[in-house]
Design a protein around this ligand. Sequence first.
Ligand SMILES: Cc1cc2nc3c(=O)[nH]c(=O)nc-3n(C[C@H](O)[C@H](O)[C@H](O)COP(=O)(O)OP(=O)(O)OC[C@H]3O[C@@H](n4cnc5c(N)ncnc54)[C@H](O)[C@@H]3O)c2cc1C
Ligand SMILES: C=Cc1c2[nH]c(c1C)Cc1[nH]c(c(CCC(=O)O)c1C)Cc1[nH]c(c(C)c1CCC(=O)O)Cc1[nH]c(c(C)c1C=C)C2
Length: 459
Amino acid sequence: MPPTVAVVGGGISGLAACYHLARGPRPPKVSRDRVRGSLGGCVSSVLSPRPTTTTTSPQVSELGLEGDILPVPGDHPASRNRFLYVGGALHKLPSGLGGLLRPVSPFSQALLWSGVRDLLAPAGTEPDESVHAFVGRRFGREVADIAVDSLCRGVFAGDCRALSVRSCFPSLFQAERRRRSVLLGLALEKERGAESGLSRRARAERWSQWSLRGGMETLPQAMAAFLRPRGVEVRCQAPLRRLRRCPDGRWQLTLPDGTMTADHVISALPAAALAEVLPDEAEPLAQELRRIPAVSVAVVNLQYRGVTLPVTGFGHLVPSSEDASLLGIVYDSVAFPQHDGTGADSVRLTVMLGGAWFGQSFGDPTSVSPSRLLERAQAAVRDQLGLEPAPTRSIVRVHQACIPQYTLGHWQRTERIGQFLAKQRLPLSLIGASFAGVSVNDCIASAKAAVGQLMGGLR
Ligand SMILES: Cc1cc2nc3c(=O)[nH]c(=O)nc-3n(C[C@H](O)[C@H](O)[C@H](O)COP(=O)(O)OP(=O)(O)OC[C@H]3O[C@@H](n4cnc5c(N)ncnc54)[C@H](O)[C@@H]3O)c2cc1C
Ligand SMILES: C=Cc1c2[nH]c(c1C)Cc1[nH]c(c(CCC(=O)O)c1C)Cc1[nH]c(c(C)c1CCC(=O)O)Cc1[nH]c(c(C)c1C=C)C2
């Protein structure tokens, strides 16, 4: 009898783990539980695609979705133009050499000087540092306060003063450690892994983003369709209530409709959710997991007719000093006009609200009223993009605790977690956005690595 592996968590990480288990040469029996929401967790979107970068592409080819790819090439305005909203105005982020040599608003001096500072500054010695402190030390206070504050809001919906540079931007941290300068380190250590045909095409055509014709939710749907005929038993709407070790070392999983046993569990749950179902003897593990927080984001999709955006590009970010509650706005119709389901020209925007500032701006994410979020989003579009008319369509969604925050010391927490699992010889793998990267690519990579390790051990 092949061993049974239970995968818990129905987001992209859980699906990717099932996918890699099922396509192995001698696949174990796979059982996957998921709860609440649509397949793919945070990946699914309605009006707006969630563009990802290119390392996901091997799966896309294998799932037969290559013909549905909508690439955004490097010379497209959505690739070249990103904006910051500072001091009540939109500023295009500098690009190319010219943009670095002369002062470009909102920055008071040419960014070249920040680069020179990085080349001359001594390397840091702390084992970890906030992203803000690291960038301030290497590139100057203005870059930290405006550019990196916004970047952390546009990737982690988080506060760069609390986030860890070692865990959020490991390549920057390592570049400084190895080469003393971040720029030098990045220039010298460009790595290139094994490439699929699709990745090669993406590099040759300099895609900055891509999506799928039916939206990014097509990816988890195709993965689920791949799994069903391959003997993966999928249990939907089955929240895991309890995980217990049986006397023979196997796991017993308690679900709403009964129990099941498994030789190995791959958890793709958010850290805090896993902490709630672990057995008492794993309390030290649960305590570490509870220390990995996550923030909530309200996503408001708006569609307008008969209006024109004042700029074309990917979108704009808003630093926390300008407006803490409003993270940024993505101009979806610029990058992906094909996603207009109505067949007519329209301006489609995704307004992102809250993040690390959700509580102070809107209160409890479980009870905030959608109309309040809609009003806030519409006001931002009016003030920041000058679109006065009311939107013709709108969708408001609150994604609760959806983006884990790698705060200072995250690397030590993940190390202690790994040590506990090894010492206790727990047949448990932890994957998902809570640990080693929040992007879809990182989630898929961590699932693939965990399955590789598990299959190696089972052989
Ligand atoms: C607004 C927003 C925009 C984003 N944009 C991008 C982007 O442009 N590019 C990019 O690469 N990434 C983006 N991301 C990040 C990326 O989408 C997520 O980090 C990733 O999808 C997380 O996947 P996951 O499977 O690890 O976690 P999740 O999707 O959170 O999945 C966890 C699953 O576990 C389930 N669960 C919880 N408790 C239990 C339980 N007790 N029993 C069983 N199941 C349980 C949940 O219901 C969920 O289905 C974005 C995220 C957000 C929120
Ligand atoms: C305004 C809020 C958010 C926007 N996107 C996200 C939030 C919270 C989430 C997000 N965006 C990206 C990732 C993946 C990161 C990765 O490692 O690949 C996640 C989780 C991609 C991304 N978005 C922006 C940048 C600079 C990046 C990094 C990689 C890339 O260049 O694609 C900037 C950005 N995000 C948003 C806007 C409005 C914006 C800039 C104009 C929305």
